[in-house]
Design a binder for this molecule. Structure first.
Ligand code: SF4
Length: 510
């Protein structure tokens, strides 16, 4: 049983904000949440400012109790450990604007927990996916770097180190985007949810070939319909990038892969596309013919992902391929003319320490890819590493921060510049994922999606279309069903969802 955290919220409902912050300090916490509003009896008893009835709501049986009275322009916070008060904060006459208020509350909770656990968090109170987006926006507002540093330090309690990383990346993103006409464009994502086997850390929409491969033909039939529709959606705009991901697109057999590439060629306005990426992540899915097909159909960027070059780790995480296969697939891709290849690695993998990461980097150095993406392991609820955690007990990675340092040093020494960054829930040591690239080889799609700068139409099981309305500072999402069989059966409905959204938003028929 993990740490039991009781979260009692009176007044404003900040559950979504508080949960990830508390969890970052107390990993593995299980929550019991109660929210009371004005009409609730419990709320009426605590709202008096003359006594401390919040105390009544702390259950000594729980490891931690957070009792938070969050009124329009004032708040009271009491945090208890096993019924003993470990910290409190009261504030009056504060800025009631939602964001400012939320940050103020988060800072108070942060300071109490920092004292309790004995350390802070690298990104301070920023628990969201896109910390660089915040910095990017500040740059666009014309704020100076010094001003941004101050805001990151005082408003978000972000460490100087992470702020510097964020500034470098946001500046690079801005530089790259300023070179392209992204404002009048859109991008397309196509998801292929098949993989040779399922990796132990995987939480994506992914179906192992052995069990689901017989559905690939039906899937492509459905996908073709959706791709045909996407090609007609935004006639006044220019298609900027196309990204085929998954799963593992190259898990399709050669005939199926060619069919997919031909469908894209026949149905999407590819004339002005500046980047066409296909993930060839698993080396056990790659053949020379597939790599040649990708090249022949104009794919400009591929990804071959080792995650680690340590064979014992590959075996442990269910990759079912050898380190040699990674080398062979990469060399084959180069021989087929692929001149922009990304490699993904993961730090914090089961059983690994910093020296394993150094070994992986030394093997990657020999291959000399154009991009290197460094992920920090995130323990997702649905992944086998979580659902079968007894199997991996005692094999947790050690020294993840040190691993990250080694990747940063490696990137700097080999002229890989960081150009995008994102975070996920439950990442080891609250770190981040960073994309590095040799100048001129950056994955534009990655920046567009991370900074939410462009509408991305998406096709396939589990794919989510994101409509960006920059003038209104608004983003709307339209989701596809995740299940493979549901997608095949209901593709017309998925198309209908997008058609309806587009008709309502853009007043257009398509
Ligand atoms: S290759 Fe990627 S998508 Fe496929 S199972 Fe592994 S982690 Fe999941």
């Amino acid at each position: 049983m993990g740490i039991l955290v009781e979260l009692n919220l009176f007044g404003r409902d900040y559950e979504q904000e508080m949960r990830p912050l508390i969890k970052a300090f107390l990993p593995g916490a299980d929550f019991e949440v109660s929210h009371y509003e004005a009409e609730d009896e419990a709320m009426r008893t605590v709202v008096s400012r003359d006594s401390d009835p919040l105390l009544l709501h702390a259950n000594a049986g729980n490891d931690f109790s957070f009792c938070m009275l969050l009124m329009e322009d004032w708040f009271r916070i009491r945090i208890y450990k096993k019924g003993e008060l470990i910290g409190s904060a009261d504030a009056d006459n504060i800025d009631s604007e939602r964001k400012a208020y939320r940050n103020r509350v988060a800072r108070e909770v942060y300071k109490i927990l920092e004292k309790e656990v004995g350390h802070g968090l690298p990104w301070g109170i920023l628990t969201g996916v896109r910390p660089t987006k915040l910095i990017y926006e500040m740059l666009c507002e014309g704020r100076s770097e010094e001003d941004i540093r101050n805001a990151m330090r005082s408003e978000y309690l972000c460490s100087d180190r992470k702020t510097e990383t964020g500034i470098v990346i946001a500046k690079r993103e801005k530089e790259i985007l300023e070179e392209i006409d992204y404002k009048n464009g859109y991008s397309i994502y196509i998801g292929i949810p098949f993989c040779p086997t399922t990796c132990a850390y995987c939480s994506f929409t992914s179906y192992p070939l052995a069990k689901f491969g017989h559905l690939a033909g039906d899937y492509l039939d459905a996908l073709t319909k959706e791709i045909q529709f996407l090609g007609t959606c935004l006639p006044g705009k220019r298609l900027t990038t196309v990204y085929i991901g998954g799963g593992t697109p190259t898990a399709l057999n050669e005939t199926q892969l060619e069919r997919l590439l031909q469908t894209v060629r026949d149905n999407l306005p590819m004339e002005q596309v500046i980047e066409y990426t296909v993930e060839a992540g698993r080396p056990d899915s790659v053949t020379e013919r597939k790599l040649r097909l990708l090249k022949d159909y104009g794919v400009s960027r591929i990804s071959i992902n080792p995650q680690t070059m340590q064979q014992r780790t590959l075996d442990l995480i269910g990759r079912r391929h050898t380190a040699e296969q990674i080398v062979t697939a990469f060399q084959l891709a180069r021989a087929c003319g692929h001149d922009n290849i990304n490699m993904d690695i993961i730090i914090g993998l089961t059983g690994e320490g910093p020296d394993d990461v150094s070994y992986t980097l030394s093997e990657i150095e020999k291959l000399n890819p154009d991009n290197l993406t460094v992920h920090t392991l995130a323990l997702k609820r649905a992944a086998r590493l979580t659902t079968e955690k007894e199997r991996y007990e005692g094999m947790e990675a050690t020294g993840v921060s040190e691993m990250l340092e080694r990747t940063i040093a490696f990137a700097a020494e080999h002229n890989y510049r960081p150009y995008y960054l994102y975070r996920q829930k439950n990442m080891a040591e609250n770190l981040e994922n960073v994309g590095y690239a040799r100048p001129g080889t950056e994955g534009i799609y990655n920046i567009l999606i991370m900074e939410e700068k462009q509408t991305i139409l998406a096709a396939g099981a589990g794919a989510m279309s994101k409509f960006v309305f920059p003038d209104e500072d608004r983003i709307e999402r339209v989701e596809n069903v995740k299940s493979l069989t549901d997608y095949i059966a209901r593709v017309d409905e998925m198309i209908g969802r997008k058609r309806e959204f587009l008709t309502n938003c853009y007043r257009q028929e398509c």
